[in-house]
Design a protein around this ligand. Structure first.
Ligand SMILES: [Zn+2]
Length: 160
């Protein structure tokens, strides 16, 4: 089982307003958002859960990803580790981001946020480069390919 942390690279195409659990209503301006999460007990299952549309809303990120077609996960960055590195990664992202969405995804830790804003694709590429330099065990996947795996698994799971 893969353990460690992951980043969801999310593109928001136009202003989206949504209620994010207990955080209340938030306006998300267009651009690129990076969400940092961890799954010490099964990284692949967690990432697949984020990309599937049918699920109960539990984390702040579930609410954001449920706001419709303007919100899309474009890439998934997986950093395997036996240690908890989520908050360390979050700080690294914070150092390069334009701003963060206060308290998003950080109810259980001391970080100010786990969701960060980047204005364009170029700034995202810069971030990915910095992560690769900081961490050796990094895999970057196109969200589309993860979704294809999902569809395939679902077909395999359904009775014929
Ligand atoms: Zn944290």
């Amino acid at each position: 089982m893969l353990c460690g942390a992951y980043l969801l690279i999310i593109n928001i195409k136009a202003v989206v307003k949504g209620e994010i659990g207990k955080l209340g209503w938030i306006d998300f301006k267009p651009g690129w958002y990076v969400y940092v999460g961890s799954a010490m007990g099964g990284l692949e299952a967690r990432v697949k859960r984020h990309l599937s549309s049918k699920k109960r809303k539990h984390w702040h990120i579930d609410y954001l990803l449920g706001l419709g077609s303007k919100v899309r996960v474009e890439q998934v960055v997986i950093v395997t580790s036996t240690k908890k590195i989520e908050c360390e990664l979050s700080k690294l992202v914070a150092g390069l981001a334009t701003f963060s969405v206060a308290r998003f995804g950080s109810s259980d830790c001391k970080c100010g946020s786990h969701l960060y804003y980047f204005p364009n694709e170029q700034s995202i590429r810069g971030l990915l480069g910095a992560i690769k330099r900081a961490k050796p065990n990094v895999t970057i996947k196109e969200a589309q390919s993860v979704c294809l795996d999902l569809a395939r698994n679902r077909q395999l799971a359904s009775p014929t």
